[in-house]
Write a protein that binds this ligand. Structure first.
Ligand code: HEC
Length: 101
């Protein structure tokens, strides 16, 4: 009897398969390659994905400057002055709204 129960329990898992095809949501973040991307890759993507940046939508240069400052002040992102400028220029060029402020 015990054997039968064990056999039944074992066989249950055989039928516990998902019939439908599973769909994992895929979110494509458009990463624009170009001058300065290396600096973004090295300085920004160590902590989070590119989605954090892109989800902001097109923004002003000042907005991006403040975001970079925030990363440095609040999250202690180790970014050199030169790289800060490179990243800022990159973000403004590709994800800017044309406004400086
Ligand atoms: C040391 C880790 C670290 C680095 C490096 C870093 N970030 Fe972040 N960043 C964070 C964290 C943590 C959050 C999430 C904050 C939250 O959830 O409120 C974040 C959130 C963001 C956001 C979402 C908006 C916001 O204000 O929270 C943007 C935009 C962003 N980061 C841009 C950048 C850019 C651009 C760089 C490169 C210059 C960068 N980050 C580098 C840690 C980092």
């Amino acid at each position: 009897m015990k054997k039968l129960i064990v056999m039944m329990l074992l066989s249950i898992s055989l039928f516990a398969q998902v019939k439908e095809e599973m769909e994992v949501p895929y979110i494509a973040y458009e990463i624009k390659m170009g001058k300065g991307f290396d600096a973004v890759n090295a300085n920004c993507l160590m902590c989070h994905s590119f989605g954090y940046i892109i989800n902001q939508g097109p923004q002003s240069k000042l907005f991006w400057k403040k975001k970079i400052d925030k990363m440095i002040v609040h999250f202690k992102a180790p970014i050199t002055k030169a790289d800060q400028k490179t990243v800022l220029d990159y973000l403004y060029k590709h994800y800017g709204n044309g406004e400086l402020k």
